[in-house]
Design a protein around this ligand. Structure first.
Ligand code: CDP
Ligand code: CDP
Length: 212
């Protein structure tokens, strides 16, 4: 039997993981899984219940429903922060692990997150680690959310600080921290367009698949 292809895409906030993973999935005819949505949906459940996302979120992680992931209010600053707070809790991560594996086990998938190549799919066929400077990432997130609205230097600094704080929390937690897997291919995207990142990634996938 041929094992279905699993591609892991990890990296810090707003580096372009989702953009790459979605495009790769479309190109390869694989499903795409955005694992950040799982943590965001848990944080949303906490906030809507009037609970602090820094508190025990294991019940909310257990109760997560498919419909929670389709909510439109998951990509707001409060939930950026809340997601990284619930994501630091080992019980939350444990509750979400199996469903991430099941998602990709039969069909294969392109999966993006923080710990995909290290914890969720340590045997992934290809692993990417996508990054860019905090300034580039803060600008990209701003344009993604606010379109062409200009950003003054003070607001940009605040956005950079938010991103750095979240990366720091994600990188320093004990369980499944954000870290580049030893066998992941690093792509620094500061000076690359999304199309150029996709080209690079496709070259790598083609080489790997030809070799195996
Ligand atoms: O998934 P992640 O948070 O890592 O980032 P994303 O949502 O894929 O990308 C954040 C924004 O950066 C999007 O608006 C992308 O279009 C943009 N982007 C870019 O400008 N240049 C790249 N090389 C990759 C993404
Ligand atoms: O799109 P962006 O990179 O801003 O965030 P995301 O991928 O939606 O992830 C939101 C938060 O969920 C991250 O800051 C992490 O704390 C957490 N997360 C995680 O811990 N592990 C994953 N596999 C995916 C997300």
């Amino acid at each position: 039997t041929v094992r279905p292809l699993v591609i892991a895409v990890d990296g810090p906030a707003a580096a372009g993981k989702g953009t790459l993973a979605k495009a790769l999935a479309a190109k390869l005819g694989l499903p795409y899984l955005d694992t950040g949505l799982l943590y965001r949906a848990v944080a949303r459940r906490m906030v809507n219940a009037g609970l602090d996302p820094a508190g025990d979120a294991s019940a909310e992680a257990q109760a997560l429903q498919q419909a929670d992931l389709a909510r439109t209010d998951l990509r707001v600053p409060e939930i950026d922060r809340g997601a990284s707070l619930v994501a630091a809790q080992p019980a939350v991560r444990a509750a979400l692990l199996e469903r991430q594996r099941v998602f990709a086990s039969e069909t294969g998938a392109v999966v993006d997150g923080r710990d995909i190549g290290t914890v969720v799919f340590p045997d992934a066929d290809v692993k990417f680690f996508i990054t860019a400077s905090p300034r580039t990432r803060a600008l990209r997130r701003h344009h993604q959310v606010h379109g062409g609205t200009p950003l003054d230097e003070g607001a940009l600094e605040a956005a950079v600080a938010e991103i750095v704080a979240r990366d720091e929390r994600d990188s320093s937690r004990e369980t499944a921290p954000l870290v580049q897997a030893p066998d992941a291919i690093l792509i620094e995207t500061d000076t690359l367009s999304a199309a150029e990142v996709l080209d690079k990634a496709c070259e790598t996938v083609a080489l790997r698949c030809a070799r195996n």
